[in-house]
Design a binder for this molecule. Structure first.
Ligand SMILES: Cc1cc2nc3c(=O)[nH]c(=O)nc-3n(C[C@H](O)[C@H](O)[C@H](O)COP(=O)(O)OP(=O)(O)OC[C@H]3O[C@@H](n4cnc5c(N)ncnc54)[C@H](O)[C@@H]3O)c2cc1C
Length: 424
């Protein structure tokens, strides 16, 4: 699809500016548009750029029916585990279906207060609107630990975000640092793609599941909590125990694949560390066969050697740092008092920080497409009321009332979130 430049009328006086044309920004634009708001979406690059930039073998590890955006499910013909390229094409169809106005190659640089609304400084000039939705992505800025000696490493060192396929590593010895979903899948890709040796450097042993077990998609397990009646939350230890039990049933005992138990259960990890279990096919089998080995975390580099936390040393040809991402929100909104100590938004989805009505963040609760779809609908509800207030008119839609109730409460779902590898 060719993305049309924004219509001048919409640019002149939009109701909402949305930063980022990934799944979250598109979902928000569609739902706001459906609620009658005129929106402009800005992207520093193109629709779905984060997905275009990811490694070639990538397939969604969330099942298709949990990965679609609101109002337009992913087509069955794309299979249960949608490929990267098919997902990008789906995002383009989604934008087309909802007539979403995307201004490509336009970076948002800084949000400022502007009376009852917001001014957004962009690479194409300043824009104003009563509502701003920030959707720049959980996986915005690759982070690499400050490993001593890294700059003098004589092998190749790259972040997982720069990994595309195994071809450059054929016949080479590669160390992958970090066992999140990306690190785990890249290790399997390297093995299958002909690397001579693949080792994983591991700081915190993760919980690991395959994409599906006996036909049941593991990603759907996260729904159980949401459908429970009443307060809807089981104690974390119940979820942790289930998680341990099912890992043993599915993968066998931990010693059979030479990975110590994770110090955190799946429910505790999700609630307190905002991380999901590692979902990867083929890793446990490779660990059992000894074709991928696990060693301690990297503590530094000395020339051609990598020094490991357990005192060991290895001499890989290449190191791929699957060491996570930061939110990268400081320059955009850091001066507005809407970020927590980890640089994440203090209020997410329909909620807004106390002094920032109309400034929403989507895609920062958990790195889940499923959460995005729900938040987009709720933000649209909240925005109808906020827009009416900003323009001095009473809100009319019932949904707006609901949105007002949800709005202006800071801190919902706050978690500490260190730089993460997706899924770990
Ligand atoms: C390897 C990998 C695999 C994943 N697999 C899954 C999966 O299977 N299922 C799942 O639910 N989740 C998965 N995730 C998490 C996934 O990233 C999110 O679910 C989803 O992509 C988040 O969408 P988003 O729109 O919030 O962010 P993104 O998709 O990252 O989109 C953000 C957009 O904002 C733009 N942007 C950033 N900064 C600016 C700026 N300053 N100005 C203008 N535009 C800007 C970017 O160009 C980008 O287009 C995966 C993550 C990774 C890293």
């Amino acid at each position: 699809m060719t993305v049309a430049p924004p219509r001048p009328a919409a640019l002149a006086e939009p109701d909402a500016l949305i930063v980022g044309a990934g799944p979250a920004g598109l979902a928000a634009a569609a739902m706001l548009g459906k609620a009658g708001l005129r929106c402009v979406v800005l992207d520093r690059s193109r629709i779905g750029q984060s997905w275009r930039d990811r490694y070639e073998r990538l397939r969604l590890n969330s099942v298709r029916w949990m990965s679609g955006l609101p109002g337009f499910p992913i087509e069955r013909s794309l299979g249960r585990w949608v490929s990267r390229d098919d997902y990008v094409a789906y995002l383009e169809r989604y934008a087309e279906r909802y007539g979403i106005n995307v201004s490509t190659d336009t970076s948002a640089e800084r949000v400022e207060r502007d009376g009852a609304g917001w001014a957004l400084r962009t690479s194409a000039g300043e824009l104003r609107a009563p509502i701003v939705v920030v959707a720049t992505g959980w996986d915005n800025t690759p982070t690499m630990p400050p490993w001593p000696g890294a700059s003098d490493f004589t092998g190749e060192l790259l972040h997982a975000s720069a990994y595309r396929n195994a071809t450059p590593f054929r016949g080479r010895d590669v160390l992958v640092a970090g066992i999140g979903s990306s690190g785990a899948e890249i290790a399997v890709d390297l093995l299958e793609g002909g690397a001579s040796r693949v080792t994983l450097a591991c700081r915190t042993p993760p919980n690991i599941f395959p994409r599906q077990w006996m036909g049941f998609p593991i990603s759907a397990g996260t729904l159980f909590e949401k459908v429970l009646p009443g307060p809807g939350r089981l104690p974390a230890r119940v979820g942790d125990t289930f998680g341990r039990f099912f890992q043993r049933v599915i993968n066998g005992p931990r010693h059979s694949y030479r990975l110590p138990h994770s110090p955190y259960g799946i429910a505790t990890t999700q609630r307190n560390r905002a991380r999901t279990p590692v979902i990867v096919d083929g890793l446990v089998e490779a660990l059992k066969a000894g074709s991928i080995q696990v060693k301690g975390e990297i503590s530094g580099f000395e020339g051609a050697e990598v020094v490991l936390g357990d005192g060991g040393r290895v001499r890989p040809d290449g190191v791929i740092a699957a060491t996570g991402y930061g939110y990268g929100l400081e320059a955009l909104v850091g001066h507005l008092g809407v970020l927590d100590a980890d640089g994440g938004p203090i209020a997410r989805g329909p909620e807004t920080a106390p002094d920032a009505p109309g400034l929403h963040f989507i895609g920062y609760k958990l790195p889940h497409l499923y959460e995005i779809a729900r938040d987009a609908r709720q933000i649209a509800d909240a925005a109808v009321g906020e827009l009416a207030r900003a323009r001095g008119a009473p809100a009319v839609a019932d949904s707006a009332r609901q949105g007002r109730d949800a709005g202006h409460r800071a801190g919902g779902g706050q978690r500490r979130r260190p730089a993460h590898d997706h899924g770990q």
